[in-house]
Design a protein around this ligand. Structure first.
Ligand code: ZN
Length: 273
């Protein structure tokens, strides 16, 4: 078996280009972006009209806008997602509780690992993966949920013996603390995710990681995002890959103006093709 194996999608909620491409906030990612094993897409836009989370994640994992997804009061998704379309068994650890509906786990029976579904058995096993030591304000967002998603993801990724190994790790707190107008905590969460991505790249040894966000944030009103808030449409994607050929050919699967539904095609490019 190859030393490097599998593709991981990592989503971090509502993070602007301005912060993710600041090397003081995300040192590992900005260092990696200068290397040959990476591709930085900094001109991506959102396909849906609304520029909020549920439609954004739908676009990413299903590759098609769902007209019924206009806010976060959503029903089980009628769009099928990439992993079920190709009959894959992904490792899914997602701290935001709406993902069961976006993935439609009622239809495909995918198991989503998160704090709400935690068990004692897993709890004891995951402790070996160290969470970052950054101290967070206790009331800002539930940091434990983020840490739990990361730890369970690592645990199950190592156990995942699928021939086509893939997964999705998703974080939410960056957006929650931003809505609370707490810029310091918002940047701290981004630094925390940056450390996690570094850990995953160096320890889980995936072939590819695709990192992106569900929506941007206001250019002036940085704490909010919506269709009428300028800046909310502007997102980004960073790809780290040890597969030189596939990385080199990434532009073949991107739209002329890169759009978030292209992430679906990127998953296809790295996982199936
Ligand atoms: Zn939000």
């Amino acid at each position: 078996m190859d030393k490097y194996n599998g593709t991981i999608l990592i989503t971090i909620d509502g993070v602007r280009k301005k912060e993710i491409f600041n090397s003081n906030i995300a040192p590992f990612l900005n260092y990696a972006c200068k290397k040959k094993y990476s591709k930085k897409i900094d001109n991506m836009v959102v396909a849906n009209k609304y520029k909020v989370s549920s439609p954004g994640y739908n676009d990413i994992i299903t590759g098609k806008v769902n007209e019924k997804y206009i806010d976060n009061h959503i029903d089980y998704n009628k769009n099928t997602n990439f992993f079920e379309n190709y009959k894959l068994k992904p490792t899914l650890a997602l701290s935001w509780e709406k993902f069961n509906k976006i993935y439609n786990t009622r239809r495909n029976k995918f198991k989503i690992l998160n704090y709400i579904n935690k068990t004692k058995k897993i709890n004891n096993k995951i402790k070996k993966t160290k969470c970052s030591k950054i101290k967070f304000n206790k009331h800002s967002c539930n940091y434990n949920e983020e840490c739990y998603a990361f730890q369970t993801f690592c645990y199950y990724w190592k156990k995942n013996n699928e021939k086509i190994k893939c997964g999705h790790l998703g974080f939410k707190c960056s957006d929650s603390v931003a809505h609370q107008n707490n810029f310091q905590e918002y940047t701290k969460y981004i630094s925390f995710y940056d450390k996690i991505i570094k850990y995953i790249w160096k320890n889980l040894l995936p072939e590819t990681i695709i990192i992106t966000t569900d929506h941007g944030r206001g250019t002036k009103n940085w704490n909010d995002h919506y269709y009428n808030i300028p800046g909310s449409n502007n997102i980004w994607c960073i790809i780290l890959s040890r597969n030189k050929n596939k990385l080199y050919n990434v532009s073949n699967v991107l739209s002329k103006q890169p759009i978030n539904t292209d992430i679906y095609n990127l998953l296809h490019h790295f996982i199936i093709y």
